[in-house]
Design a protein around this ligand. Structure first.
Ligand code: GRF
Length: 197
């Protein structure tokens, strides 16, 4: 049984789906902690309502000292006995030191069809480029931003008149299907990427 910690910065809709999925019979992982860099993150209240332990390490007092912030994160993760991390809308860039410590045990969901559109504003960039489709990717986290081995992808058609927000809302629905499926496979030791139709 893997002990899964989920890191978030916002509303936590992906976290909710991940926690729900780990409640399914025979799931090889269980949620041990939901933690945010923002003590006010909406996802923390949702996790508490679901009975999952929560914590917050406000990154602001640490200023530019990312390693100090991350060693605090690590202390909380170790206290929770976490051995698997899901980044779910966690908006802080992680240093190589932190990533190396968790390499092979940390996943992220990114709202584009990687390797296209690493970084931010992915939907606006896809629309700007006139792409026919968008989507989301679950990948292992490596020191290079949004670049690790792909564990799964889901595609979404871009529709005439789409705005970034409308497209984001459609992609988010697919994220909620993709991330739990990828987590279950990863926790079971499967590494074949999953491409949702
Ligand atoms: C999602 O769009 C995800 O792709 C990105 O941040 C957002 C998280 O949303 N990494 P939520 O906090 O899970 O609702």
């Amino acid at each position: 049984m893997r002990n899964c910690a989920i890191l978030l910065s916002g509303g936590g809709s992906n976290m909710v789906k991940l926690v729900e999925s780990m409640g399914e019979a025979g799931h090889p992982a269980r949620p041990v902690l939901v933690m945010s860099n923002d003590p006010e993150a909406g996802g923390l209240a949702k996790a508490q309502a679901m009975g999952v332990a929560t914590d917050a390490v406000d990154h602001r007092p640490f200023g530019k000292d990312r390693p100090a912030f991350e060693s605090e994160l690590t202390a909380r993760l170790e206290a929770a006995d976490a051995d698997l991390i899901c980044l779910a809308g966690f908006m802080r860039v992680l240093t190589e030191g932190f990533v190396r410590r968790w390499e092979g045990r940390m996943l992220n969901i990114h709202p584009s069809l990687l390797p296209k559109y690493r970084g931010l504003h992915t939907h606006a960039r896809a629309l700007e480029a006139g792409d026919a489709e968008a989507g989301c990717t679950v990948h292992e986290v490596t020191p290079e931003l949004d670049d690790g081995p792909i564990l799964g992808q889901a595609r979404v058609p871009i529709l005439p008149g789409d705005t970034p927000d409308a497209l984001a809302a459609r992609v988010l629905i697919r994220e909620h299907a993709l991330y739990p499926a990828c987590l279950r496979r990863f926790a079971a030791g499967e590494r074949q990427p999953l491409y949702l139709a």
